[in-house]
Design a binder for this molecule. Sequence first.
Ligand code: NAP
Length: 258
Amino acid sequence: MVGRLDKKVAVITGAGRGIGEATARAMAAEGAIVVIAEKDAESGSRVAASLTDGGARSLFIETDVADSASCEAMAEGALKQFGRIDILVANAGINVFHEPLETSEEEWRRCFAVDLDGVWYSAKAVLPAMRSRKAGSVVAIASCHSFAIIPSTFPYPVAKHGLLGLVRALGVQYAADGIRVNAIAPGYIETQIAVDYWNTFADPEAERRRAYDLHPPRRIGRPEEVAMTAVFLGSDEAPFINAACIVIDGGRSVLYHE
Ligand code: NAP
């Protein structure tokens, strides 16, 4: 059976767990060759090995997206091994949440280094190869924090707003070279970060229920639901979708509070 991403080479940053891991698994299931570009060697190599065990082609390359040289080396390694890069999912990101005036310069820089610089460095590393083949799809994982603000989550939404600007700038710039650059804005997704957060409350189950009830479907999203959209944007099924952002939040962001 021919998969929707058959033989495409997909690089996924931060694919050792969470949304990145789910995307790696979904892309491999659709026939892609998957490069796990992850900072954590243990989780990254585990995901790559499990994809290989399942019959897919996969390679782990230790990558810190906050370091442009590391991104360049990752792209070089992927090109050396597979000859081309068709898809980049710029997924690696971190939550840095503070009250604005209590945010240290280090915390401001730590957030921007991964959430904005990291997307630019990984895109910058793969775009020349995509341009030379006149084809490519970049999918950046933004957030509902890219267009709305929750107080005391600073400076994460500032970086995620910037990320949408980056996606639009690159999407417009390289469209004539056959490259599409899009964003996915997930809302509240049930990854380890969410579970860790609920566990900081005296009653984690009550906090989970509270999070579910904020959403019209009375649940939050699953990593696999973000992954499905990344597969779609990475595939040839979205040839005229460019510089766009697809929101995956169960409708929470358009809910009008009474
Ligand atoms: P996660 O479970 O924490 O996974 C992120 C992965 O990225 C981890 O494996 C992490 O490795 C890796 N990583 C962190 N910094 C890195 C770096 N500098 N270079 C390479 N890899 C790095 O996060 P997630 O919830 O799946 O989130 C993935 C993306 O979705 C992020 O961009 C996040 O902002 C966005 N998002 C998430 C949600 C949500 O509700 N979960 C909602 C909206 C948007 P370590 O374990 O070593 O740190």
